[in-house]
Design a protein around this ligand. Structure first.
Ligand code: SRM
Ligand code: SF4
Length: 585
């Protein structure tokens, strides 16, 4: 029996269910089966539903009252009503506007640019084609181009800014034509599937991640149309698939990662180890745990399905701060998690293998060269790829159009995005290398031979657009980079990876950088000012380790920050000072 308040919640849920079934059933949505409208809530076990209704997690209650997957229809309805002048965006309930619409990939930027939205796409393996980019530009051209722009994200994805909700239906139609998805890219969903950006072209790769990333995306988001089965998870969920035993996809900070080992299956393809429970968050940062199972490529989808169902059905939901997958892994222990996954695989005759106890990885450092910038040889004879830096990941609409043209002219229209917020042009014919390098955009803004600091710069969105940001990041990171590059040289280093992140959520992944700058309060002359906590020593790759705190609460103004950075770069990264700070003031 439920308590009085619970039965009220249940009644509400029942009423909502009725109104849902009256909503127009979108042909495109997988949640429509005949006349029945399934939502994420319908996939939860009864016990989970009951504990949500009896519990005190406000976000879970909100999801129970109206499931996030309904945003896939709401977005069309709101868009239409706004167009017809039947409502203003201010009339939309804030729970829908600011929270639920994120299930459809629409992020209202209430604090910074009220009434406009950021849209987060899903680009499995970070692959986008010139016609798709051009289609997105065409759409953004209807807006104020001071606001409308693209950001490459730390999940090798794209976000678009400045969009109005009344245009949402058109935009979704455009995306549908372009075969790009945006549903389930925010809130308690599986995020963009990360794969190797040089998949299929790097002569040293062990596994081409493209097909599996696409297949995972299709399974999880129903080809971008939305899949309620995985739309009511306890929290966000990150998945990566690597092309090397060395982690080049940030797999160690993903909830679930498949990395190939140098042991082949009977088809001559590598087996995969499974890593679980990696994350960065304000409360906890964790390198993922090896589950100690190997699976062939053909089992990856089923393992993912099993893990997602386990997380959905048994994941902790009492507190948002303790709901990520790691908390269930820890509660159960890796042995039980492994047993639970194996049981589900065995039930469906899905292949898995106990790792060989005496297995040692072949020397895999040779398999991967860290830098993806500049011209590099491909596996295909007569072809090269070109890696270019995108300063702080931001691209204007005009630049994106130029980039689409360059891709058309030199890489058969293909572009690959990286988790370092840069891009790669693959499959360039060796005979046209000179011509591609002469492109003004690639000589200047999106350089293929940037200096060491710009080379390794990553920045989250920060307070310019993000309501959670404690500091502005993108512009500041670029200014600091410019100043430091005028002041110091790095005789022995090609790259120093500096990651800026505007708050402890660490979207800019401060803890995996050589130097991580995380927005934090600081004091100057007794007054609170924008500041950073500085982390050092983070790295993934071969021996993953999270960075640790170097200094806390440094004011962000350059008079304070520049000397601290110079000292750090000198003592830890071999920087040689070539000019004094005063000389450029
Ligand atoms: Fe993030 C929330 C931006 C990668 C941890 N993240 C947000 C929101 C949606 C907050 C909001 O509603 O404003 C930010 C949107 C700002 C905006 O306008 O762009 C936001 N996160 C980003 C992006 C765009 C940063 C970037 O500039 O690249 C990245 C989008 C990736 C994508 O394409 O899906 C992004 N976020 C990450 C990562 C890195 C990663 O995935 O490797 C992390 C840490 C890794 C992890 O999740 O374990 C990350 N974002 C968070 C968190 C903290 C999660 C937690 O468990 O506590 C939040 C806040 C939350 O979820 O409560 C958050
Ligand atoms: Fe926003 Fe903070 Fe994430 Fe930066 S780290 S995008 S400021 S939530």
């Amino acid at each position: 029996m439920f308590s009085k308040s619970v039965s009220l919640a249940e009644r509400k849920a029942a009423l909502l269910k009725i109104s849902r079934s009256l909503l127009m059933c979108l042909e495109s949505s997988s949640s429509c089966k005949g006349t029945t409208q399934y939502t994420g809530w319908d996939f939860l076990p009864e016990q989970t539903k009951q504990s949500i209704l009896e519990g005190s997690n406000k976000m879970e209650k909100l999801k129970a009252e109206k499931d996030g997957s309904l945003a896939w229809q709401d977005i069309h309805n709101y868009s239409r009503m706004l167009r017809e002048g039947n409502m203003n965006w201010e009339d939309i309930p804030p729970e829908d506007l600011d929270i639920r619409l994120k299930w459809a990939g629409f992020f209202h930027r209430r604090k910074k640019v009220p009434g406009t939205f950021m849209i987060r796409l899903r680009l499995p393996n970070g692959i986008i084609w010139s016609h798709q980019l051009r289609g997105l530009c065409h759409f953004l051209r209807r807006y104020d181009l001071q606001q409308a722009c693209f950001d490459i994200t730390t999940r090798q994805n794209l976000q678009l800014r400045g969009i109005k909700l009344e245009d949402a239906s058109f935009f979704l139609e455009e995306l549908n034509q372009l075969r790009i998805g945006c549903f389930q890219s925010g809130m308690d969903n599986v995020r963009n599937i990360v794969g190797s950006p040089v998949a299929g072209i790097d002569p040293n790769e062990l596994y081409d991640t493209r097909s599996i990333c696409f297949a995972l995306n299709e399974m999880i988001s129903n080809k971008g149309k939305g899949k309620p089965d995985y739309a009511n998870l306890p929290r966000k969920f990150n998945i990566a698939v690597g092309g090397y035993p060395v982690d080049t996809v940030h797999g160690h900070i993903n909830d679930l990662t498949f990395l190939p080992v140098t042991k082949l299956d009977h088809l001559g393809k590598p087996l995969f180890k499974i890593l679980v429970g990696g994350l960065l968050s304000p409360k906890r940062n964790e390198i993922s745990h090896n589950l100690d199972i190997w699976v062939p490529e053909g089992s990856i989808l089923e393992v993912t399905r099993a893990v997602l169902e386990i997380y959905r059905d048994f994941g902790l939901r009492n507190s948002r701060a303790q709901s990520r997958f790691i908390f269930l892994v820890e509660k159960w222990g890796t042995e039980r998690m492994k047993a639970e996954i194996i049981q589900r695989l065995s039930r469906n005759n899905i292949e898995w293998i106990e790792p060989e106890s005496d297995f040692t990885e072949n020397d895999c450092s040779k398999l991967y060269s860290e830098s993806l910038l500049g011209i590099q040889s491909q596996r295909q004879e007569n072809k090269v790829f070109l890696g270019c830096v995108v300063p702080a990941g931001r691209i204007s609409v005009g630049e994106a159009e130029d980039l689409a043209d360059i891709a058309d002219n030199f890489s058969n229209g293909e572009l690959r995005l990286t988790v370092s917020q840069n891009f790669i042009l693959p499959n360039i014919d060796k005979t046209v290398v000179e011509r591609v390098l002469e492109q003004p955009l690639l000589q200047d803004k999106f350089s293929y031979k940037p200096k060491p600091l710009l080379r390794g710069l990553v920045s989250c969105t920060g307070s310019q657009f993000c309501g959670l940001g404690l500091i502005e990041t993108k512009n500041r990171s670029l200014q600091l980079c410019k100043i430091l590059e005028e002041l110091v040289d790095f005789p022995d280093k090609e790259t120093v990876r500096i990651h800026w992140t505007g708050c402890p959520n660490s979207c800019g992944q401060a803890q995996i950088a050589d130097i991580g700058l995380m927005g934090a309060p600081a004091k100057k002359n007794g007054k609170l000012v924008e500041g950073v906590d500085i982390y050092i020593g983070g790295t993934l790759g071969e021996n993953p380790v999270l960075g640790t705190i170097y200094r806390k609460g440094i004011p962000c103004d350059f008079a304070h920050l520049v000397p601290v950075m110079i000292e750090l770069l000198q003592t830890h990264f071999g920087a040689k000072v070539k000019r004094s700070q005063e000389s450029i003031n």
